[in-house]
Design a protein around this ligand. Structure first.
Ligand code: THU
Length: 161
């Protein structure tokens, strides 16, 4: 028997002001896109904006439903839109932000488990990492080189070959 360890490095900035200019801009776009969320049940609005390697921008926001499981997270709305409008074009960077009626938006949120699985598959099928910028409306910001870092020991398409 031996023990194995997973670890990964990510950057922690004290605020949006410390980010390189292009990352600041993308996070601000994600903050703005929270206004397009449809989240009447959770009152938790999430916005995501991605810059593709071809320079195009794609946005997503969470879209809820009276039948709760039908709702979609901002990240998967974005991935579906990007794949549909710009098939096979890798995402360079995705910024994610949120606001809430009941709590402060002063720390980063991280993609849920289903979105991590979707991000992993997106990265592997286009053969390119998705850099994540995670931040609230204020407060610290995390920058992670590759979304797959958030899903160690992932179940992937490799298993189905
Ligand atoms: N949500 C997202 O859109 N992205 C996340 O990373 C976490 C959660 C949404 C799902 C639901 O509409 C609301 O936030 C509360 O869970």
């Amino acid at each position: 028997m031996k023990e194995a360890i997973f670890e990964f490095k990510y950057k922690v900035y004290n605020s949006i002001d410390e980010l390189p200019q292009e990352q600041q801009w993308l996070l601000q776009e994600a903050r703005d896109v929270t206004g397009q969320a449809y989240a009447p049940y959770s009152n938790f609005q999430v916005g995501a904006v991605a810059k593709l390697v071809n320079g195009e921008l794609v946005a997503g926001s969470n879209q809820e439903n009276a039948s709760f499981p039908v709702g979609l997270c901002a990240e998967r709305v974005l991935l579906a839109a990007a794949s549909s409008v710009f098939p096979k074009i890798p995402i360079e960077t995705m910024a994610i932000s949120y606001k809430s009626d009941s709590q402060k938006s002063d720390h980063p949120i991280s993609p849920c488990g289903i979105c991590r699985q979707s991000l992993q598959e997106f990265e592997s099928r286009v053969g390119h990492q998705v850099q994540l910028i995670l931040g609230g409306m204020e407060g610290p910001v995390y920058v992670i080189d590759s979304a797959s870092r958030l899903l160690p020991l992932a179940f992937t398409s490799e298993e189905l070959k």
